[in-house]
Design a protein around this ligand. Structure first.
Ligand SMILES: O=P(O)(O)OC[C@H]1O[C@H](O[C@H]2O[C@H](CO)[C@@H](O)[C@H](O)[C@H]2O)[C@H](O)[C@@H](O)[C@@H]1O
Length: 383
């Protein structure tokens, strides 16, 4: 079967969603993780068309779309039996290698990356789940290894370093346990600086705390309670209060129940037009409609560190999720620093480089610290 004579699965999904034609008029938005496809850009482009079609329809067929999107949030799922899977056969390795031509490994390109940072201050931004810790079924047990903690500690001694996470800031701090870092929790809506300002910043020492969505706290608590109550009949569903946002996990929910779970979430959200829905890895994320995201948090932190409008800064952002794309895009638009996507599968991304998994992130961090030590020694020799 050739590609020309089959309807792309995404086009079928568009047709299905359009045909569903049920009216929906809430301002809730859904960001789709594009599915992994076997035919490179074609799949991504078609998937974007699905997204715009749904938005044009004002969310028509939205529930179907939610469930399709929930399916699409697992690349391995798409690989097997999803209607979103591409009928064009190509080996996984081949597809990944092709994708890597556009997003080469940050380990393979290490020398080029450090050369580009020459004469500039590196600032590190690290996502948590899926970047510093492996993805696990129970979000409360997403521990980071001691080795990873040491690597992050060393990085923070060499460069200003921030953790940028969808999690509640206290929770991510309880996993990372390093006082010397900046933490941006709740997708950047809760930013706190270290008690002691690191020496390599231009910022004045003062305690930094920034919470642009604080007026939403009572609303988030209320929606959290409502979601817990509404979803308790769905085995495996877990609602997590991330302070300025809420996560509804479906990693442990039987796929046959995804549709029912999406409906439960939709029923709760229809009463909250000031909240929007985005999607991460097997998780629905509910957050305020304010224009604030991980990209804005990155810009805010650079400014707080004294690097606003500076050409001599080189931010490196490492993340694995759709929400990290906002930060990758900021770096791309500024033409500054680099974004590194952690993924074992090809994904549409604004990141320039890739790493496969947290173990490779740790290697990259070690290499960066060693490179910094060597370059300091070299400089001492010259002096
Ligand atoms: O921005 P992040 O730090 O990547 O946070 C995004 C979400 O991460 C967590 O969920 C993800 O990791 C869990 C543990 O491995 C996994 O069970 C879940 O399926 C993943 O989506 C966190 O629990 C969420 O609240 C964050 O929104």
């Amino acid at each position: 079967m050739t590609k020309q004579n089959v309807m792309m699965p995404e086009e079928m999904a568009i047709t299905a969603a359009t045909a569903a034609g049920k009216v929906a008029n809430s301002s809730t938005h859904l960001l789709f993780p594009p599915p992994r496809g076997n035919s490179g850009n074609v799949n991504y482009a078609s998937y974007k068309r699905l997204l715009s079609q749904l938005e044009l329809n004002g969310g028509s067929g939205r529930l179907n779309a939610w469930v399709d999107s929930m399916r699409a949030s697992s690349p391995t799922h798409i690989k097997s039996d999803s209607p979103l899977a591409s009928p064009v056969v190509a080996s996984d390795d081949e597809e990944y290698e092709n994708w890597k031509k556009q997003h080469p490994s940050a380990l393979d390109m290490f020398d080029e990356i450090t050369a580009a940072s020459k004469g500039k201050q590196i600032v590190m931004f690290l996502d948590y789940d899926g970047t510093l810790s492996p993805i696990v079924d129970d979000p409360d047990r997403a521990f980071m290894s001691d080795n990873m903690r040491s690597a992050v500690r060393e990085v923070a001694r060499s460069f200003p370093t921030a953790i940028v996470s969808g999690r509640c800031r206290d929770k991510v701090y309880s996993f990372v346990q390093l006082r010397e870092l900046y933490y941006a929790g709740s997708h950047g809506m809760d930013i706190k600086g270290p008690a002691k300002q690191p020496k390599h910043t231009k910022a004045k020492a003062n305690a930094l705390l920034f919470q642009p969505a604080s007026e939403f706290l009572p609303m988030i608590d209320a929606v959290y309670e409502a979601l817990v109550e509404k979803t308790e009949s769905t085995p495996g569903a877990k609602v997590e209060n991330n302070k300025f946002c809420v996560s509804v996990h479906f990693r442990c929910v039987d796929e046959k129940k995804w549709s029912a779970l999406a409906e439960q979430v939709r029923l709760v959200l229809k009463d909250y037009p000031r909240l929007r829905l985005t999607q991460g890895r097997k998780v629905l994320e509910i957050r305020p409609t304010i224009k604030w995201d991980k990209g804005k948090a990155l810009e805010f932190l650079l400014e707080s560190l004294g690097f606003a409008d500076c050409n001599d800064v080189f931010p490196i952002y490492i993340g694995d999720d759709r929400t990290d794309e906002d930060a990758f895009k900021v770096l791309r638009d500024r033409g500054q620093g680099i974004g590194i996507l952690v993924s074992k599968f090809p994904k549409e991304t604004s990141a320039s480089y890739s790493l496969r998994e947290p173990a490779e992130v740790m290697d990259f961090l070690h290499r960066l610290v060693n490179w910094k030590r060597l370059s300091l020694k070299e400089r001492e020799k010259v002096l």
